[in-house]
Design a protein around this ligand. Structure first.
Ligand SMILES: C[S@@+](CC[C@H](N)C(=O)[O-])C[C@H]1O[C@@H](n2cnc3c(N)ncnc32)[C@H](O)[C@@H]1O
Length: 265
């Protein structure tokens, strides 16, 4: 091939392909139109499981405060990357309004079905007062949450699926959406995690988690723990899990430093 022809080929074929690749790497996904196979396997395997320990622990730690609020109005939570909806349904059974967010249509379909089932059981005379569901097919990167509207944000094993470059914005959004006194509980993956080379996920050391997500936000840390162990994955096989579990409360200090005059109450 003549050198000029080769150059033209590079310009007209390779460069557009490269820019398309770069654009797809930098644009975050809004939501999926089709279900990812691994998510479906995960959801089918985990559906109906007991809610994760971090959520139970957070509800216990702030039980008195949540009970006090419950006497005045409905408690509101967001369940981010809700998966099979185990925690969404658990909170709804306790009377909470839950905004369930997931990028995958199978998750949202599963959660809506489970909620309908719950409602039909209620029709059979069950006495417990159910909360309500607002299930949204959207990514954490694109979700819109009203500032100071949430008593609880639960992000169990979901934040690590947000690429590192997009985490800060998601975190700002989460903290802004919590009311003063509201509680965050969720996981980060550690830098020794077996999936640490996956590009579209995020992994942090303990120091980085404090520096990027906790210290600057004036959060009161209720509990911070680290876990390292081999664990089975829903898709089969095992992977080395390195996980940090956080329970933290938004304080008034965050309001004073960051809200530029918005009313937090
Ligand atoms: C490992 S599962 C965890 C599900 C559930 N929270 C649990 O503890 O079992 C991760 C979930 O996050 C969802 N997810 C992944 N990336 C997401 C994103 N960027 N925005 C919203 N949801 C996402 C997946 O579809 C999946 O349902």
């Amino acid at each position: 091939m003549r050198p000029t022809l080769r150059r033209i080929k590079i310009v007209f074929i390779a460069l557009p392909l490269l820019s398309l690749f770069l654009i797809s790497c930098t644009l975050s996904e809004e939501s999926r139109t089709t279900t990812s196979r691994s998510t479906k396997v995960y959801i089918d395997k985990t559906k109906g499981q007991w809610p994760r320990r971090n959520l139970i622990k957070a509800l216990q730690a702030f039980e008195r405060e949540f009970d006090r609020i419950k006497d005045q109005r409905q408690l509101v939570a967001a369940d981010l990357g809700a998966g099979a909806g185990n925690e969404t349904i658990f909170l709804i059974e306790k009377g909470w309004k839950v905004i369930a967010i997931d990028i995958d249509p199978y998750s949202i379909e599963t959660i809506n079905d489970r909620f309908q089932e719950l409602q039909s059981l209620q029709g059979d005379g069950s006495k417990a007062k159910l909360g309500s569901l607002d299930a949204r097919l959207v990514s954490m990167q694109k979700m819109v949450l009203e500032p100071f509207s949430l008593d609880l944000v639960n992000a169990s094993l979901s934040l690590p699926f947000v690429p590192r470059s997009e985490m800060k914005e998601v975190w700002n959004n989460i903290i802004e959406a919590l009311r003063v006194g509201g509680v965050f509980t969720g996981h980060f993956f550690g830098s020794e995690h077996g999936w640490r080379n996956r590009l579209r996920m995020s992994f942090y050391s303990e120091k980085e988690i404090y520096k990027e997500f906790l210290d600057d936000y004036s959060l009161r840390i209720e509990s911070f723990s680290e876990m390292k162990s081999d664990a089975p994955t829903a898709a089969g096989g095992t992977v080395f899990f390195h996980t940090f579990t956080v329970i933290a409360q938004k304080t008034d200090d965050h309001y004073k430093r960051n809200t530029r005059g918005m009313n937090p109450y």
